[in-house]
Design a protein around this ligand. Structure first.
Ligand SMILES: NC(=O)c1ccc[n+]([C@@H]2O[C@H](COP(=O)([O-])OP(=O)(O)OC[C@H]3O[C@@H](n4cnc5c(N)ncnc54)[C@H](O)[C@@H]3O)[C@@H](O)[C@H]2O)c1
Ligand SMILES: [Zn+2]
Length: 342
């Protein structure tokens, strides 16, 4: 097991990579604790949960709402929760985002921790202190920045995770390597098959390195003004593909990274060879490199991007593998790119 410490402005957080769910009790600081999970995780792992009152959510992005949070508040009242009550979210990004938000707002904030049960939540949602829910169709519109006391990343839990969820996590790992760590990228090229087979040592390295990379970037920029934008590599096009083609996040981000790499080549920043390495790695992992959707709808979605400022948008380019740079680009230019690449 390896522990990574984060010292954020909202508190300290300890991320334990390679720890097991069975040891969760060791990390819980209060006798009064409430667990929050979803129906899938309950089905597989309830026998490993410590015995505390349990709130079980349904699954899917549609439950990430204030209504679900309201139900949690009601249960917390029923369980006579007070400020000494500790909340543990056991689940993927959805359970953790909701549990963290409910814990951060009930009684003006209770302490909380997570057990991350998906590869995506281990490599991405476990770091950064973002908690929140969707509102009126806008993703993560309502939320807070607040660090969990701890996050347990148990690689054994990934064995029951559907393959498409593994791929969602893999896309974010490739992103982390592409923006910040050329040696991790080369490691992925050598070991992606073992990663897909969920080899414990390989997964632990990928999760740990991803956490180091993401938290390094977040630390420079906790409230998302400059450096943190690098984490959006592949996501400008990715979000537009996700909305218009309705494909899973990882698939959309994969095609988005290929498009962003191609645009970086066009701008004379990235070599053809490095763009080719990105494409080949994603393909070998089993992620798509193009998405089929109507160009006009992709462009409409791009125009609504949150990172837009007037006629320009902040876009993440690569100057090389492991070297992301954020620069503005005219929306018009992106339209031309869609015609060229999509
Ligand atoms: N807070 C952040 O910084 C951050 C970062 C990235 C993503 N997110 C959010 O995370 C969410 C996506 O998270 P996700 O991809 O983990 O999805 P998820 O939580 O929906 O989990 C995916 C599916 O896998 C099931 N599942 C979870 N763990 C399992 C296991 N061990 N075995 C079998 N099935 C399991 C879930 O029930 C669900 O059906 C999005 O809402 C996104 O906005 C947040
Ligand atoms: Zn993402």
């Amino acid at each position: 097991m390896k522990t990574f410490e984060i010292h954020g402005s909202t508190g300290d957080s300890f991320i334990h990579v390679g720890e097991t769910l069975r040891n969760l009790e060791k990390y819980i600081p209060s006798k009064k604790t409430v667990l929050i999970t979803d129906t899938n995780i309950k089905k597989y792992y309830e026998d490993q949960f410590p015995s505390y009152p349990l709130i079980t959510l349904k699954t899917g992005e549609t439950i990430k709402t204030l209504d679900t949070v309201r139900n949690i508040y009601e249960k917390l009242i029923e369980f006579e929760a007070d400020r000494s009550t500790f909340i543990v979210g056991i689940g993927g990004g959805i359970v953790c985002d909701i549990a963290g938000f409910a814990a951060s707002t009930f009684l003006r904030g209770m302490k909380f921790g997570f057990v991350s049960t998906t590869l995506l939540s281990q490599v991405d949602a476990s770091v950064g202190g973002k908690n929140g829910v969707n509102f009126k169709g806008y993703k993560n519109l309502i939320g807070v920045f607040n660090q969990p006391d701890f996050v347990i990343c148990d690689p054994a839990l990934l064995n029951t995770l559907p393959n498409k969820e593994i791929l969602n996590g893999m896309a974010e790992i490739v992103k982390h390597a592409a923006i910040e760590d050329a040696s991790l990228f080369a490691y992925l090229e050598r070991h992606f098959q073992k990663a897909l087979a969920l080899d414990i040592d390989v997964i632990e390295k990928l999760v740990y390195d991803s956490i180091v990379i993401k938290s390094g970037i977040v630390n420079q920029d906790e409230l998302e003004k400059g450096a943190r934008r690098k984490l959006n590599f592949g996501h400008t096009f990715g979000h537009a593909f996700e909305k218009t083609a309705g494909v899973p996040h990882g698939e959309a981000v994969s095609a988005g990274m290929v498009t962003a790499a191609a645009l970086s080549v066009k701008k004379g920043r990235l070599s053809d060879e490095d763009a080719g390495r990105i494409k080949t790695l994603l393909q070998r992992i089993g992620l798509p490199i193009t998405i089929h959707a109507e160009r006009k709808r992709i462009f409409d979605a791009l125009k609504k991007d949150k990172k837009r400022e007037g006629d320009h948008i902040y876009f993440v380019f690569l100057d090389g593998i492991g070297k992301a740079v954020v620069d503005q680009i005219a929306i018009k230019e992106l339209e031309a790119v869609i015609h060229h690449f999509c």
